[in-house]
Design a protein around this ligand. Structure first.
Ligand code: IPM
Ligand code: MG
Length: 364
């Protein structure tokens, strides 16, 4: 198979980790006989520096014209003082809307090899931690009407959802649940918000199509609490853009594996947008310190969802697992100072970690 991938290394550690993701893909290509062709474009802070725009028109066009998009990270303190519409984060919103990727899949997975880093008590996560958050990504308060009054001393942001917008993302929730533990929880604030009441109505009207899925509802404040109290009760969560933003940060943090988590944003047709969950970590950019595993695992999602290459995706995940089993760690997953010292030369940098995964792919 020949795959056209647009890469957006972006800012901070983005270029370091996207490079390793592409190297892992190339190792997969070599082993399984696929060709990956990359087109690199700019978005985020580096695009602001080069063109004045966070998402130049040509960048979005290249993304839409490709089979899949791999994004590293955007943003950094250098651009933090710019006004809203000119900030690097605007590139993310522009990409999501421009590529029409309305369903954001954020798995929060605890790697058993890294369970010591989980901040929850061992008895709470004794059965592991594996939750999929499906976040609506192109609607809600992120894209609703906002503004200020003439005096500038009052402001508003609007949460709005239409039935079709809810239906298409809840459908992804049901379909994802069918591939997992068959439990779907709609997280909302239906005791207050009219949009949430519509979410419930829509989910109710759809559930007949997936009779095997156990459907439940939970208020978002309770869900935030339940995630730390008893995360094992969740299988798939489907929720609005803003609630999904908040809960996915919480969920990723309780895995203790934030440097390991991948995400995929999908639409009905057209390319998917794939990015690691973590940020641009400008303090360690270009220093060969970043953990490339989240991006490499993001490439597994890319293979699975955009190209249907599940054997190849499994191979990446197996290779990463083997590298962890053998005790190799980057700084972020190395544990305490004593753990780090004990690691010796198994404490490695970005490129070496990439090399190890490639060697593990080749050895599978
Ligand atoms: C995320 C981020 C973005 C969001 C920001 C950077 C705009 O927090 O991808 O979760 O809020 O969607
Ligand atoms: Mg976020």
């Amino acid at each position: 198979m020949n795959c056209k991938i647009t890469t957006i290394p972006g800012d901070g550690i983005g270029p370091d980790i996207v490079r390793e993701g592409c190297r892992a893909l190339d190792a997969i290509g070599k082993k399984f006989g696929h060709g990956f062709e990359y087109t690199e474009v700019k978005a985020g802070g580096c695009a602001i520096d080069a063109t004045g725009e966070p998402l130049p028109k040509e960048s979005l066009e290249a993304c839409v014209a490709s089979d899949a998009v791999l994004l590293g990270a955007v943003g950094g303190p250098k651009w933090d003082t710019l006004p809203g519409a000119k900030r690097p984060e605007k590139a993310l919103l522009g990409l999501r809307a421009g590529m029409k990727v309305y369903a954001n899949l954020r798995p929060a997975l605890m790697f058993p090899q890294l369970s010591a880093a989980c901040p929850l008590k061992p008895e709470i996560v004794k059965d592991g931690l594996d939750i999929l958050i499906v976040r609506e990504l192109t609607g809600g308060i992120y894209f609703g009407d906002r503004g200020r009054n003439a005096a500038g001393d009052a402001a508003w942001d609007t949460e709005a959802y239409s039935r079709p917008e809810i239906e298409r993302v809840v459908k992804i929730g049901f379909e994802s649940a069918m591939k997992r533990q068959k439990r779907l929880c709609v997280v909302d604030k239906a005791n207050i918000l009219e949009t949430s009441r519509l979410w419930r109505e829509v989910a109710e009207s759809m559930k007949g199509k997936w009779p095997e899925v156990e459907l439940s509802y939970m208020y978002v404040d309770n869900a935030a609490m339940q995630l730390v109290r008893n995360p094992g009760q969740f299988d798939v969560i489907v929720t609005s853009n803003m609630f999904g933003d908040i809960l996915s940060d919480e969920a990723s943090q309780i895995t203790g594996s934030i440097g390991m988590l991948a995400s995929a944003s999908l639409g009905d047709s057209g390319p998917g947008l794939y990015e690691p969950i973590h940020g641009s970590a400008p303090d360690i950019a270009g220093k060969d310190l970043a953990n490339p595993l989240a991006t490499i695992l993001t490439c597994a999602m890319l293979l699975r969802f955009s190209f249907g290459l599940s054997r190849e995706a499994d191979a990446i995940e197996k290779a990463v697992s083997k590298v962890l089993d053998a005790g190799w760690r980057t700084g972020d997953i190395a544990g305490s100072a004593a753990d780090r010292a004990a690691l010796g030369d198994r404490l490695v940098g970005t490129r070496k970690m990439g090399d190890l995964v490639i060697a593990a792919i080749e050895a599978l």
